[in-house]
Design a protein around this ligand. Structure first.
Ligand code: SF4
Length: 300
């Protein structure tokens, strides 16, 4: 018998569509085609119910999300990418987390709102999109008003992202690579650059450049993260050129310097070290030279 979540019959059209994309699963570009509703498991390791690793007001995100009271962060377990340097590998690859009901997860969102958080920040939601949407609907019916942040790795399917129009307020994708060979070698996803760039175009079409309120807290828009890797593995020059020329020079971009070897990265000589100060300075210079005007933490 299929392991359907409760009340599947009352799912609205977008949730039903996402559910259909999960059975067989083409929810993300990996297209495992397993029937998750029947309990089959694909690359991401997650079935038909939400699996959450942790929940808390988080103060370590970008200042535009954190404000004085924190970003209401929900970390989903599992991941559709296979990054050998994953900094959350116990959650993303070892599946650390607990299955939770839709109603309980909706109550958690409401509790984060009650604690004063400025948004609901869904971390690694791609492979749990139908569950995420159903939970948001339940929470909204009970009074959830906060902006929804879709905080993802960038390996997205266009057909799924299109369904999120009107639900997600702030998209925060990574743009990890420009070169398919690098994406294949280090994240097992050769089509990552093509998929991520198409998804980011669609995200920007839906929500536009990042907008903040009088306090400087984000209310809507796109925020792109790019982790600088050693030896130009991330293709920073091409990534920032793409954002500046094909998305918008006003895109809010976080050029991140915190790479450190983790998980399997110690087995790869080029990734077995932190980046140098010079590598980071060069990356920021590339972004400025490309014409980007809103680089997190940098006054251009
Ligand atoms: S969401 Fe998971 S099961 Fe579905 S295609 Fe992607 S990796 Fe495979």
């Amino acid at each position: 018998m299929a392991l359907l979540p409760p009340n599947i019959g009352s799912f609205s059209k977008p949730i039903q569509q996402l559910w259909d994309y999960m059975n067989p699963c083409i929810l993300c570009p990996r297209k495992c085609k397993v029937h998750r509703g029947k309990g089959q498991i694909g690359f991401c390791g997650i079935g038909p119910l939400p699996v959450v690793s942790s929940v808390a007001p988080h103060f370590g995100e970008e200042s535009v999300l954190v404000g004085p009271s924190g970003s209401g962060t929900i970390f989903f377990a599992g991941c559709n990418l296979g990054c050998i340097f994953c900094q959350n590998y116990s959650i993303s690859h070892l599946g650390e987390g607990n299955e939770i009901s839709f109603a309980k997860l909706a109550d958690i969102m409401l509790s984060l709102q009650k604690q004063g958080c400025h948004n609901i920040n869904l971390v690694t939601p791609t492979h749990q999109m139908p569950m995420m949407l159903r939970t948001i609907m339940i929470a909204s019916e009970k009074g959830l008003k906060l902006p929804i942040v879709y905080n993802c790795g960038g390996y997205e399917s266009l057909h799924a992202i299109q369904i999120l129009e009107g639900v997600v307020d702030i998209y925060m994708p990574d743009l990890k690579y420009f070169d398919p060979a690098m994406a294949k070698m280090y994240s097992q996803a050769e089509d990552y650059p093509e998929a991520a760039m198409a998804a980011i175009r669609e995200m920007h079409r839906q929500v536009g450049d990042l907008v903040t309120d009088q306090r400087g807290i984000a209310t809507r828009g796109l925020l792109v993260r790019h982790l600088v890797l050693p030896e130009e593995i991330a293709g920073t020059a091409s990534v920032v050129k793409f954002i500046a020329e094909e998305i918008s020079k006003n895109t809010y971009v976080n050029i991140m310097d915190q790479y450190h070897p983790c998980y399997k990265a110690f087995d790869y000589p080029s990734l077995n070290r932190r980046i140098t100060h010079q590598e980071y300075a060069d990356a920021v210079q590339m972004a400025e030279d490309a014409g980007l005007k809103r680089i997190d933490g940098i006054t251009v």
